[in-house]
Design a protein around this ligand. Structure first.
Ligand code: SME
Length: 161
């Protein structure tokens, strides 16, 4: 049992520094990628406000497969290049989408989602998974969220695959 205390009432860079420290502590000494993804999705769900889904899709073969997450049941398989997640995985580029309804091919797992942030997870120079965050608020994710989540994932990526 971990009992982190991370305030959202502080500048984004400090918030993400604290969140990344907690993420590092959670994966420290643990090599099971599924267990680590489960704890990281729970950590994000607990401390990042205004999310309706937070979790991972793993790249298995030539498609993304649903991994550990928090939120409503979601679509299980996503082809590379499809939707926001498949685009992030295929291009190895963060996708920060202010309006999911304006994103060509967006896959609506939860009709409540309005904006989305997807961060590729890379190990040994290859995409092995994506972190997917959905929000019911339009334009929820800022540039600070993008850099903060990218830094968090980079810090723990070796423990996610
Ligand atoms: N919206 C994603 C699909 C995954 S769910 O949001 C959990 C997409 O377009 O790839």
């Amino acid at each position: 049992m971990y009992d982190f205390s991370i305030s959202t009432e502080q500048p984004a860079d400090i918030f993400y520094g604290d969140l990344t420290s907690a993420a590092r502590a959670l994966v420290d000494g643990e090599r099971d990628a599924i267990a680590n993804m489960a704890n990281i999705s729970a950590l994000i769900w607990q401390f990042v406000p205004d999310l309706n889904w937070a979790g991972f899709y793993r790249l298995i073969g030539d498609e993304l497969v649903l991994g550990p997450f928090q939120g409503k049941s979601a679509c299980i398989r996503i082809a590379m290049g499809k939707g926001v997640c498949g685009t992030a995985a295929a291009t190895n580029q963060v996708q920060r989408v202010a309006d999911v309804n304006a994103f060509p091919g967006h896959i609506a797992c939860d009709s409540a989602s309005r904006s989305e942030l997807v961060v590729p997870v890379c190990k040994d120079g290859k995409v092995i998974a994506v972190l997917d965050l959905d929000s019911p608020l339009p334009d929820r994710f800022t540039a600070e969220d993008e850099s903060g989540m990218t830094g968090l994932i980079a810090a723990i990526a070796d423990s996610l695959g």
